[in-house]
Design a protein around this ligand. Structure first.
Ligand SMILES: Cc1ncc(COP(=O)(O)O)c(C=O)c1O
Length: 402
C-alpha cells in the first residue's frame, strides 16, 4: 500500500488509527512456508497475542494457518473466527487446571508447561493427548522481557526435569503427542536456535508417540532500512535438513510447527497519529501526538524503535525531533529522530505497528482505544470502531446513593 493511501485512511477514519495490510501478511506467510517447503508436514500456528482482531485471524485462516493461543479468551476468538479446534494450540503459563480443562473440552491441543499441572491433568484425563513445553535453557531472544528460555525463566519444564517428566507420563499413562519450546523473540543467531532445537530432538527420543515438534517462534524482523533480521531462508534450509534426518531416525512422520506472531504481522501494521503540538524547548523539539503509551507501549516497555515517518510532508527537509505522547508520565516514542519537518496537524506514521501494539493498548488516562482498519484488495475496511466515552463507562457500576 502507498503512503497516500494511509493519508486518505486518516481522512476517512480519523486519528489515531491502526492500519494493517493483508497483502503484507500473506507475503510473510508465504515466505515462511516456502523456506520449509521440503518438510511434508509443516504447520504455522499464528500467535494470536500479537494482534487478535478477528478479521486478522480470518486472513490467516484463509492462508492455511492454525493458531497459537495463551488464554481461553484467545481460544474463543479463534473459534469465533471459524478455526477448527484441532488447528489451535493452547500454550498457557501459570493458568489454573480448571481453565486448561475447559479448553481441552473445546477440542483444542493442550500444551502444558509445568510438572504440577501435568501430573494433575494426566491423572484426571489420561486419554487427552498433551504437548509439553520444554525449557532448553538457552539464552536467546532480544530484550530481557522477551527472552524466555533461559535458566531463570518461569516458562516451560526444565530440561533437567526430564526424568521427573517421564515418570509422570509413565505413572499416569498419559499420551504425549507433541513437544514444544519457545526460547524468546528477536533471536538474531540462527545457530543458537539450532542448538536449542538439538536439545528438543534429544528430548523427543524419549517419547514414542509424538505427532509434532513445535519450535515456537523468535524470528526477528527489521525495524528500519538495513536493520538485521532472521535469515528465514537459511534457517529453513538448515533446520529442514536436520528435521528430516531426525524424522527418519524417529521412525514415524512428524509435523514441524512454528508459532510466529511478529514475523507475520509486525511489518503489515502502521500506526497513524496527528501532531497536536510542536514544542521547542531548551534541549530539543518535541512533536506531541494525539496518542501515547496507552496505544503503543512497546517503546516504553521494550525500548523498541519504531521507524517514524511524516507522511504529510514526506519530502520535507529533515530535522531532529523527540516524538512524545500525551500521557501524564514520560511517554517517549522516539528521541533525537531525523524526521521530515513537522508542522502541527501533520500525520506521523509509526512502522512495524502490527505486532504487540493494539493488542497491548489500554484505556490509561481514560482515553478511548483507536480504530483499526484492514487494507484489503486496494480498499480500507473498518475492523474495529474507535471506542467512545460509553466504552469507558461500560463496566463501571455506580454505588447507589454515593
Ligand atoms: C509461546 C509463544 N509462542 C509464540 C510467541 C510469538 O513470538 P513472536 O511474536 O516473537 O513471533 C510468543 C511470544 O511471546 C510466545 O510466548
Amino acid at each position: 500500500m502507498k503512503t497516500q493511501d494511509l493519508v486518505q485512511l486518516v481522512k476517512e477514519f480519523g486519528s489515531p488509527l491502526y492500519v494493517y495490510d493483508a497483502e503484507r501478511i500473506e507475503q510473510q506467510y508465504q515466505r515462511l512456508t516456502k523456506a520449509f517447503s521440503k518438510v511434508e508436514n509443516f504447520k504455522v500456528h499464528y500467535a494470536v497475542k500479537a494482534l487478535s482482531n478477528i478479521s486478522i485471524l480470518k486472513v490467516l485462516k484463509k492462508l492455511g494457518s492454525g493458531l497459537d493461543t495463551v488464554s481461553i479468551e484467545e481460544v474463543q476468538l479463534g473459534l469465533h473466527a471459524g478455526f477448527d479446534p484441532k488447528t489451535i494450540m493452547y500454550t498457557p503459563n501459570g493458568v489454573s487446571l480448571e481453565e486448561i480443562e475447559q479448553v481441552a473440552k473445546l477440542g483444542v491441543q493442550i500444551n502444558i508447561d509445568n510438572l504440577s499441572i501435568l501430573e494433575q491433568f494426566g491423572t484426571l484425563h489420561p486419554k487427552i493427548p498433551v504437548c509439553v513445553r520444554i525449557n532448553p535453557h538457552v539464552m536467546a531472544g532480544g530484550n530481557a522481557n522477551i527472552s524466555v528460555g533461559h535458566i531463570d525463566s518461569k516458562f516451560g519444564i526444565s530440561i533437567h526435569q526430564l526424568p521427573h517428566l517421564l515418570r509422570i507420563v509413565e505413572n499416569t499413562k498419559m499420551h504425549i503427542n507433541g513437544i514444544h519450546m519457545h526460547t524468546g523473540s528477536d533471536i538474531l543467531d540462527i545457530d543458537v536456535f539450532l542448538y536449542a532445537a538439538e536439545i528438543l530432538f534429544e528430548t523427543a527420543k524419549h517419547f514414542k508417540d509424538l505427532d509434532f515438534i513445535d519450535f515456537g517462534s523468535g524470528f526477528k524482523v527489521p525495524y528500519k532500512k538495513d536493520d538485521i533480521e532472521t535469515n528465514v531462508e537459511e534457517f529453513g534450509k538448515k533446520l529442514t535438513k536436520r528435521f528430516l534426518t531426525f524424522e527418519k531416525e524417529y521412525g514415524r512422520p512428524l509435523t514441524l510447527a512454528f508459532e510466529p506472531g511478529k514475523f507475520l504481522v509486525s511489518q503489515a501494521g502502521f500506526f497513524l497519529t496527528k501532531v497536536n503540538v510542536v514544542k521547542q524547548t531548551t534541549s530539543t523539539v518535541f512533536a506531541g501526538v494525539d496518542s501515547g503509551f496507552n496505544h503503543l507501549i512497546r517503546p516504553m516497555l521494550y525500548g523498541s524503535q519504531h521507524y517514524i515517518e511524516n507522511i504529510s510532508n514526506p519530502k520535507g527537509k529533515e530535522r531532529f525531533y523527540s516524538v512524545v505522547g500525551y500521557i501524564c508520565e514520560t511517554d517517549t516514542f522516539a528521541s533525537n529522530r531525523r524526521i521530515a519537518e513537522i508542522k502541527e496537524g501533520d500525520i506521523l506514521c509509526f512502522h512495524n505497528a502490527g505486532a504487540y501494539c493494539f493488542s497491548m493498548s489500554s484505556n490509561y488516562n481514560s482515553r478511548v482505544k483507536p480504530a483499526e482498519v484492514l487494507w484489503l484488495n486496494g480498499k480500507g475496511h473498518l475492523i474495529r470502531q474507535r471506542e467512545t466515552f460509553e466504552d469507558i463507562l461500560k463496566n463501571q457500576v455506580e454505588v447507589e446513593g454515593l
